[in-house]
Write a protein that binds this ligand. Sequence first.
Ligand code: SF4
Length: 315
Amino acid sequence: MGDLRDTVLDVEVDDTRSAPLPDVWSPTSVNTFIKCPLAYWWQYAQGWRTAPTAALEAGSLVHGVLEELMDLVPAERTKERAREIYAERASELALTLNPRVDAEDLRSRAGTAMTSYFELEDPQLVEVLPDGLERSVSAQLDGVAIAGSVDRLEFSVGGARVVDYKTGGAKPRYAEAYWRQLMLYAGMLDETGMDVSEVGLMYLGQPARLMVRPTPESALTRASRDLTTAADSRAEFVATHRWEARTGPLCSYCPFRTACPARSQRQVPTPGSDASHDALGRLPELVWRPRQREGSASADSGVSGSGVTGSEESD
Ligand code: SF4
């Protein structure tokens, strides 16, 4: 096989094990699909999940700490209180932590993120909107159902500000997906009658804070168009049992790369066949949690934290 970068290959799959796909998209699933429909199929139809990693666990821990901290009245959002919340949550996590996860790596990532957070802002000055933490939001955008959860909604001049925490660094390879995620949130909130005047990312691995104001109409329109294009393409792939594999630099982080006909240097079994399934089952970075075949098509179960293929990033 020649150059494997940035090619599109039409791959026939075996859907014997596939479950119905979710009727409701999420920003995460849209990003996964746009990056590579075949990786989406492996996750959402076949039920493969990324095994817990230090990055993912650190991301969950830090998101939880910040949610609890921001839920306090502003005067109580101190570093000391944050340390207490962190210690409580870290102790609880230690009791259930998967032994495969490097606990020291997790502590280091989470500690860096918390330090970065306080370098980026003073939480006592943030005006969180009522029910503005981990706000569930859903809407129909151009007739396609989508739902998600916004990390933080806060007051901003002229409307609401949508803030998303990223516990990793500001890696260019994920920037497009992250901004699409924010624009989809803004589009959903707009549909529910909320004026969104600003969207922003807080990278806690660096630290860095990127805000866009006002929410650009063109970006919102493009995010909606990405969603409808994904929905239309998915329907075609489901009907034909042929899914596009889109290779590119992110393949290096894809947990399916050794079983992927577009990526592997050798002949590999048909995705979804017993041989392919067994090969994936031997990989420590994957776990198989099949979706229910009946009564489960209405909700997006979510797969890995970042909405990008691979497990090096956390939400
Ligand atoms: S290795 Fe690349 S082409 Fe293959 S499934 Fe993963 S992201 Fe898609």
